[in-house]
Design a protein around this ligand. Structure first.
Ligand code: NAD
Length: 256
């Protein structure tokens, strides 16, 4: 297990209940941080699980819910040192067959929701004159195009654009803003995408899994830990001279 010491640091992680977000929550807890995990799948507004972990219900697709939730988090936990935007979703269809409502749903969570969380917590950090780290979980889909993922790819390109602007604007406040671009990670979202993509392409989920592995130079898809390790590095003092970066964690699949 890899750990760095983040004792006395408070981290907010959206999408912390499942997949990559869950891995990030775990590694930050192991490093000693106090973690507020926020997710649509939690039942309670704000619940202490133990002295270190707090769970909080948030619907990132609704701006009024983000307002309510962020006020609550700032009241209960104060201004965080680390914010990780990991919640995300996808829909699958070729662009010419896709529905506007799917496009809007994906953008509302992956781009607009992330922007609002970003904005509220960055403002709180600036007002408190607190240095900090903001880490966006984007995707290699923010750099490339993938079939049947028009809305998702566009929403992740938006995240990388915003990351660069926020990095420049917040540099003087010593708030470092970076994005992580995972490749193919074994999570519930990826398993659903293989089933939905398989229907569109006339393939089984197993065939798509084999295709996925064949496209990765390292020869395997990622586990959530592979991504969480890089988030931990970005959250730690080891990344003190990095901002505005979009770091690939793709097993070599994306190199730009
Ligand atoms: N799995 C991959 O291959 C992969 C690759 C690149 C990037 N990503 C990105 O990583 C992030 C996490 O994806 P994952 O694969 O772990 O997916 P996941 O489905 O396992 O987890 C996503 C989490 O986000 C939460 N969520 C969804 N909608 C929400 C909303 N409206 N409000 C609050 N929370 C909401 C879900 O409840 C879930 O806990 C996403 O941003 C995704 O785009 C995933």
């Amino acid at each position: 297990m890899i750990t760095l010491d983040l004792s006395y640091q408070t981290a907010v992680v959206t999408g912390g209940k499942s997949g990559i977000g869950r891995g990030i929550v775990q590694i930050l807890l192991q490093s000693g941080a106090r973690v507020i995990s926020a997710d649509l799948a939690y039942d309670e507004e704000y619940k202490g699980v133990d002295g270190q972990l707090f769970e909080s219900r948030l619907d990132l697709s609704k701006s009024e819910d983000i307002e309510r939730w962020s006020r609550l988090v700032l009241e209960q936990a104060g201004v965080p040192d680390i914010v990780v935007n990991c919640a995300g979703t996808s829909t699958m269809d070729y662009v010419i067959d896709s529905k506007l409502e799917d496009w809007e749903k994906v953008f509302s969570i992956n781009s607009t929701g992330l922007y609002l969380v970003y904005k509220i917590f960055a403002k709180a950090m600036v007002d408190a004159e607190k240095p900090g780290r903001i880490i966006q979980i984007a995707s290699q889909a923010g750099k490339n195009g993938y079939r049947a993922m028009g809305g998702y790819c566009a929403s992740k390109h938006a995240v990388l654009g915003l990351t660069k602007v926020m990095a420049i604007e917040l540099a003087r406040n010593n708030i470092l803003v970076n994005a992580v671009c995972p490749g193919i990670v074994e999570t519930p979202m990826k398993h659903r995408e293989r089933i939905e993509g398989g229907i569109i392409r006339g393939m089984t989920a197993e065939e798509i899994y084999a295709e996925d592995c064949s496209q990765v130079p390292l020869g395997r898809t990622a586990e959530v830990q592979d991504v969480a390790n890089v988030v931990l590095f970005l959250a730690s003092p080891l990344s003190s001279y990095m901002t505005g970066q979009a770091i690939n964690v793709t097993g070599g699949m994306t190199m730009h």
